[in-house]
Design a protein around this ligand. Sequence first.
Ligand SMILES: Cc1cc2nc3c(=O)[nH]c(=O)nc-3n(C[C@H](O)[C@H](O)[C@H](O)COP(=O)(O)OP(=O)(O)OC[C@H]3O[C@@H](n4cnc5c(N)ncnc54)[C@H](O)[C@@H]3O)c2cc1C
Length: 286
Amino acid sequence: MDFLRPATWQEALSARADRPGAAPVQGGTDVMVEINFDVRRPEALLDLTRVPELGRWEIVDGVYRIGANVTYARVITELGGALPGLAQAARTVGSPQIRNRGTVGGNLGAASPAGDSHPPLLAAGAVVEAESRDGGVRLIPAEEFYLGVKRSALRPDELIRAIRVRPAPGPQYFSKVGTRNAMVIAVCSFAIALDPAARRAGTGIGSAAPTPRRALEAEEFLAAELDWDAPLPPALARRFGELCARAADPIDDVRGTAAYRRHAVAVLARRTLGWAWDDHLGRRAA
Ligand SMILES: Cc1cc2nc3c(=O)[nH]c(=O)nc-3n(C[C@H](O)[C@H](O)[C@H](O)COP(=O)(O)OP(=O)(O)OC[C@H]3O[C@@H](n4cnc5c(N)ncnc54)[C@H](O)[C@@H]3O)c2cc1C
């Protein structure tokens, strides 16, 4: 198996165009497991860890542009204040070792319905920045990125360059159900992001459908029904949970039944809305 080690972004894009059978690798926490278990045997590995741009984040016109190779550990320590939903999700990923190697870019590259970054990226309206040597830069909204189980809108000659996310305009929460607290793939997960100025709430459902997805009807319900100056009526929170559960399309598998997942999505949605609402009212009172 060839091992390609580009030192620059342009070299990486050329290698991607010339060797479409080469698997990009960053933290390797998905790729190397798949190779070890013979799930895949790519003709080559395209190691992106030496490309400096991918390991940096910056703020461009007020938007965070996070290089694809920024690890979960760095999202937690460096970006937790601006992107609390994503940082909460990062804290639940694997173990310290996985968080030190694994990246949000790699989570997107794998496009697993159970990936923990996806719900907060959907809820916050993130955009994936992809690029190819011959096609240039393409900006893909997170909600258009996930096409099927482990299938994304990324073209064969494209690499993920960065993820673009606005700093949280309001409270954000992520919550996940697993069989224990660490080192588990989510049975299901949910993220919420409030935007009090726009009077809107974004949502993201994980591990309860073939792809991560938003609960659009639930978002519209909140936009129409919420009084942003008042306490959260319990009946409204319950209805929100029900609508989120209705947006899910889960399966029965070894981790949980479809019925349990749907129920759990409703509970997670109601709880995270409650936590976010408490923060929202608390900030107004402060
Ligand atoms: C023990 C263990 C526990 C785990 N726990 C969790 C968990 O709790 N939650 C969770 O979500 N995940 C978990 N994972 C899965 C994995 O850690 C995550 O998906 C992680 O985000 C992958 O990032 P990476 O940088 O290691 O990706 P890599 O393994 O390097 O790559 C992952 C995929 O993305 C592609 N890719 C990488 N970089 C790019 C790029 N720049 N452009 C295009 N494609 C690219 C690769 O070809 C590959 O298909 C776990 C894995 C292990 C081994």
